[in-house]
Ligand binder design. Sequence first.
Ligand SMILES: *Cc1c(COP(=O)(O)O)cnc(C)c1O
Length: 959
Amino acid sequence: MSGSFAQRHIGLDAAAQRTMLDALGYADVEALLTTAVPASIHVQPRPTSDIPPAATEAETLAQLRVLASQNHAARPMIGLGYYDTFTPSVITRNVLENPSWYTAYTPYQPEISQGRLEALINFQTMVTDLTGLTTANASMLDESTAVVEGMLVARRASKSRSNVFVMDADTLPQTKAVIGHRAEALGIELRYADLAHADDVGAVIGEDIFGAFVQYPGASGHIWDPSDVVTAVHAQGGVVVAAADLLALTLLRSPGSFGADVAVGTTQRFGVPMGFGGPHAGYMAVRAGLERQLPGRLVGVSKDAAGQPAYRLSLQTREQHIRREKATSNICTAQVLLAVMASMYAVYHGPAGLREIASEVAQKAEALAERLRSYGLALVSDSFFDTIRVVTPGPASRVIARARSKGYQLYEADEATVAVSVDETTTADDLAAVAWAFGLPESEELQLSFAESNAIAGVPVELNRVEEFLTHPVFNTHHSETAMMRYLKVLADRDYALDRGMIPLGSCTMKLNAATEMAAVSWPEFSRVHPFAPEADVRGYLVMIEQLERWLAEVTGYDAVSLQPNAGSQGELAGLLAIRGYHHANGETERTVCLIPSSAHGTNAASAVLAGMKVVVVACDEAGNVDLDDLRAKISAHAELLSALMITYPSTHGVYEHDVLEITQAVHDAGGQVYVDGANLNALLGYARFGDLGGDVSHLNLHKTFAIPHGGGGPGVGPVAAKAHLAPYLPGHEMQQREDHAGGVFSGGAVAGAPHGSASILPISWAYMRMMGAEGLRDATAAAVLSANYIASRLRDYYPVLYTGEGGLVAHECILDLRPLKESTGITVDDVAKRLVDYGFHSPTMSFPVAGTLMVEPTESEDLGEIDRFIEAMIAIKAEADRVAAGEWPANDNPLVNAPHTAQSVVGDEWAHPYSREIAVYPVPTLVRNKYWVPVRRIDQAHGDRNLVCSCPPIEAFA
Ligand SMILES: *Cc1c(COP(=O)(O)O)cnc(C)c1O
């Protein structure tokens, strides 16, 4: 059976399963699952399935090649925020295709994440330098959603209580669509104005606004000076948000320099392939004073226990879990891997290199413009960076068609205007071909010779950049490929990812991301594709998307799936907005209450608020289940106002709630809709379906259940799946290539800039399902549940398992209660998590959903050897804690409170601890040959964020 991928993916062979089942006292996995999954929701394998039988890895690669060949590798010059780019091969090979980077988790455990935290602080520094603002976060989901978040920052920070936000008429069309949908749900009125051409800016902006948005350069390519807009908006106490192109900013004055309060945008063209729309890292930077309003994650420099500088995430990063419905944003999974790539592009090229790339882009655009002008064609604006809009001699469609005949994709701005965007890959031949498309003679070649210039022709001198940027040594050191390769290796080696050992993070499903699944991501037929390319050029993608949607619908029991949301949080939002759309269509606009169990993930409450709903918390009972009496009471208290219940299944407590059908029925009886959070689908796939539980809509996390790697905190894909009655309200997109989606036409508003969201990583999940087949997917669930129960049963005597369901069993994860340990020994959940690093493990999820606990999720991919190694480490740690309790080691000086131990901490003549150096770093003998050396001691999380430096610290700090 060496050809079966499922056997490679699932870590447990038959002998291992036998051992584990014997430990649990079950005859076979079916018996275990039959007991664990409540009979009322248990489905039998389907006799017929849309999911084809499992293919081998070789067959799957061949099929991916066929799909790739159906994507036309055209030359996209459409622009609109997406540009072709050369990813330096050293970055492709050592980041994008390197599991040390792509299989890492979000850096919540800073000691084992110093490499990616440094890459992210480089990213933040790159963004603050180029935008001229003080603080940038570590990534946003894309430009369009970043504009929405910018608007929300403005609303929170503005002195005005107005609900009007002024939008630049020259905004990217996809951003207009996304912000329109989002603003409507929040009661924000958008007022569009032609800010670039206003004689009297004050009059155009109007009275009583809380902020304004400018696109810089505009979607049309036009560059203008927004200073007057800033003055006018500030005069009203409003906040200015500017979307700026980072490459253009190497030559243009920064948004900060003309007074913008917030800058947003995308970093895609910094070496991240277009990928048919994503994933890419969006960015946001704010001026001093707005740091607390910044959504998403923020990396800063703190200190470790030895007083050395060390990176960590700011505490506000965790705010969703703490502030829930009061959180500033629902973003959880972001775009770390892509932010790392973009930051490394800046590290590799440095300020001079970036300026040169930008200058050549500007000169290529100018050369094309000059040629067209010389033939009497008129440009809409003569002040531009990389995009020109040309008034066509005849119908615009003719120019588009001529360009297409030569393999070029241009953008039809209207019937008589065509836009062309130039990028770093554009050649003289490309420009000559485009000129021909506009009717210029074919024979004429276009010679390009680049002058060294920091100015853009046609742009007023006041807008030329004089500010320096990227002066930090990190951007001025790693410019040879050798240096770059080594820098990437040094950073990767500081981190713990799945390529070192298991990451048993409850709720996160850190399973194998197989190499075959990853293969197609970097193929040009998938990566160099523009999201607004014509249908005929992206057929391979569309076939894959349609199949993946159908397969996901089948396994979840829904009728329609949209792959647009680019994280689980966005799927939640899309699903809740669909519920809202449905109630509104039925005339039930007063239905705004969203019931959320107290155990829910923080994104649930934050998403509900962003969907314009009011959160009402439902209590959980002592067994960890939704308290049915409280649920009924809350339903009747809100009766006609009830919009939805959001419930996670199996629950975030890691158990299959027995009463789920009663719960969903009660909501339906009251006229509400049921949202099932699908993050825990790994416990259910093949055994039960959300649609059959009474769910009306769910999101899935393809970066959990369906093998997309976590990327160190993103990318993700959060498809939203719904029953037919909600399908019309699922996210659509004006610029999508397909009219008909599987199971219904989506006409809800867009929730991401690109029609298919993070399309270029969909081949991963497609390949996963293709290679597993329906049967393999079911086997994976069984193995995941078996592993979790094996761990629960073996550790139960050392750490109580907090919640269990039928037969004393858990689902795919288990919560170990460390509060009794704290009580008896003083050792905290933090101490155990950090001590696990000494044993060569990534900690399980800490204190979610219950404070003082660890939530362990082994997934199906780990083998018994690794699982036993984890169990033994946990048992050994318990024994260490017992020695503290026995007084053998003082409470303030023992291997637990001092963990983790660096190599440096155990060298030197002095060793003043009551335990040996061996116990410190080699507590079990297998570590001698396989040691992960943590680069820093425990990082201080106790002190607040006030003194965090959030850009690259001076090199001397690390001396
Ligand atoms: C991971 C998770 C989410 C959020 O998904 P993201 O992709 O991180 O936005 C929501 N709910 C639960 C239960 C989760 O575990």
